[in-house]
Design a protein around this ligand. Structure first.
Ligand code: ADP
Ligand code: ADP
Length: 227
């Protein structure tokens, strides 16, 4: 079952000017439910552009983004925002947790924004934090947590609304190699339990090799990755 489908995506910037660039030149990529795919791209290849379009934060010049069978091309802001809140989880290189809220509150808030009740949201947050070994840290603010702990909280936040698609941009790129390895294991375990489709950009080939499939973004197209 296709969960995230990118069909013929093209995107350029500054068209009609001397600085015009064609960043995406026909991206075709399909992720099934439960599939983890590593996206490897040299700097400037268009990784952020691709993740933003897949995450409905930006629109392509041509092509389609289909999420859980729903073609999002031509949909308005409301439908795109609703889909983004409910069905797409984002993880960034830097955690972007809200500094004045605790770990638990950071996982609860997106659920409230999505219409969940407070008790259910708190229970879900406690369950997720427990699964990544952070029960004892639930009441701490981000500044009181280590980098690896902050990033694990960010994973819990991304998965709080039970999204069907996870998009991650260097999710452990900010951590030392040993912590990165451990924290990445926590992420893979969460993903395996939820059965969502995960597209995870990374420069780390060891981490990439732990995913179901590796693809390379090269010259505006998706190529099979190194094996
Ligand atoms: P990556 O994330 O792989 O480093 P990006 O998607 O950020 O790549 O950018 C790909 C290319 O598109 C780069 O050459 C970048 O300079 C250009 N680019 C990205 N965003 C814009 C923009 N808003 N306006 C003009 N050029 C842009
Ligand atoms: P909220 O529910 O707080 O209003 P949005 O609906 O705007 O948030 O966005 C939903 C998701 O998209 C959030 O996870 C948010 O972090 C992410 N997001 C929103 N805008 C951007 C952006 N410009 N760049 C990266 N991620 C974004």
């Amino acid at each position: 079952e296709a969960m995230l489908q990118l069909d013929g995506l093209t995107k350029g910037y500054l068209q009609g000017t001397p600085g015009a660039v064609e960043v995406l030149r026909g991206i075709d990529l399909t992720l099934s439910a439960g599939e983890t795919v590593a996206l490897v791209a040299p700097s400037g290849a268009g990784k952020s552009t691709l993740l933003h379009i897949a995450g409905l934060l930006d629109t392509p010049d041509a092509g389609r983004v289909v999420i859980a069978g729903q073609d999002m091309s031509g949909k308005g802001d409301r439908a795109r925002t609703a889909m983004r809140r409910q069905d797409i989880g984002f993880i960034y290189q830097f955690h972007h947790l809200l500094p004045e809220f605790t770990a638990a509150e950071n996982v609860i808030l997106p659920q409230l924004a999505n219409g969940a009740g407070r008790a259910a949201a708190a229970a879900r947050a406690a369950e997720l934090l427990d699964r990544v070994g952070l029960s004892a840290r639930a009441g701490h603010r981000p500044a009181e947590l280590s980098g690896g702990e902050q990033q694990r909280v960010a994973f819990c936040r991304a998965l709080a609304n039970r999204p069907r698609v996870l998009l991650a941009d260097e999710p452990t790129g900010n951590l030392d190699p040993e912590t990165s390895d451990r924290v990445f294991g926590a992420l893979m375990a969460l993903v395996a339990e939820t059965g969502l489709a995960a597209l995870i950009a990374t420069h780390n080939m060891e981490l990439a090799a732990r995913m179901d499939r590796v693809v390379r973004l090269d010259n505006g197209r998706i190529e099979p990755g190194p094996v």
